[in-house]
Design a binder for this molecule. Structure first.
Ligand code: AMP
Length: 188
């Protein structure tokens, strides 16, 4: 199985891009955020723990995400390729992913980092607040917190992936179609 990582800040459009890519390429799509929301809605044991992090805009601890991610990978092991959306998000998660893929003989083919300026993220967050049903989009303070958490924990993880893996940064400032074209150009 080949693994493609799409990373970027909240409101960079990575979820939208992953949805488009999985249809274009017929790849599997793993969104740890979507999976956390499913666990929460189904009120599973892990779901009850996860909701307190999501509602405050905080990251779920690495040890919990590690176990959840391993489970998801095993469920998707038959896919020829998968797109990771929202994982890894911290330096320990990058290390865990590299260890897991090495032990399972999977290949991380490419990391695509979507970059959007801070002011544009805030504009998009305001727009999303009007349309989204997500608890962590409901309030500007939680939205800002998610961007701050990204800058504190995920940006260093992105820099680490840049040094360790096949990495490309693309400008996500344009339209959905323009960003999709840039991703496709850079995927191989
Ligand atoms: P997302 O839909 O990717 O924005 O994720 C929503 C929320 O799920 C995050 O704010 C975290 O609380 C949790 N989450 C999703 N993926 C991760 C991850 N890789 N590490 C820690 N927390 C995560």
């Amino acid at each position: 199985m080949d693994i493609f990582i799409i990373t970027g800040p909240p409101y960079s459009g990575k979820g939208t891009q992953c949805e488009i890519l999985k249809k274009q390429l017929n790849y599997g799509h793993i969104s740890t955020g979507d999976r956390c929301r499913v666990e929460k809605n189904n009120q599973t044991e892990i779901g009850k723990i996860l909701s307190e992090y999501e509602e405050k805009g905080n990251l779920v601890p690495d040890s919990i995400i590690k176990d959840l991610f391993e489970k998801i990978i095993d469920e998707n092991i038959e896919e020829k390729a998968i797109i990771l959306d929202g994982y890894p998000r911290t330096i320990p998660q990058v290390r865990d992913l590299i260890d897991l893929t090495t032990s399972k003989g999977l290949k991380i083919k490419k990391v695509i980092s979507i970059s959007v300026p801070h002011f544009e993220l805030l504009n998009r967050a305001k727009f999303r607040a009007k349309t989204s049903t997500r608890v962590d989009d409901s309030n500007i303070k939680i939205q800002e917190k998610r961007i701050k958490v990204f800058e504190e924990f995920t940006l260093p993880a992105i820099n680490f992936m840049n040094s360790e893996l096949d990495f490309v940064e693309i400008d996500g400032h344009g339209s959905i179609e323009e960003t999709n074209e840039k991703i496709i150009e850079n995927l191989n």
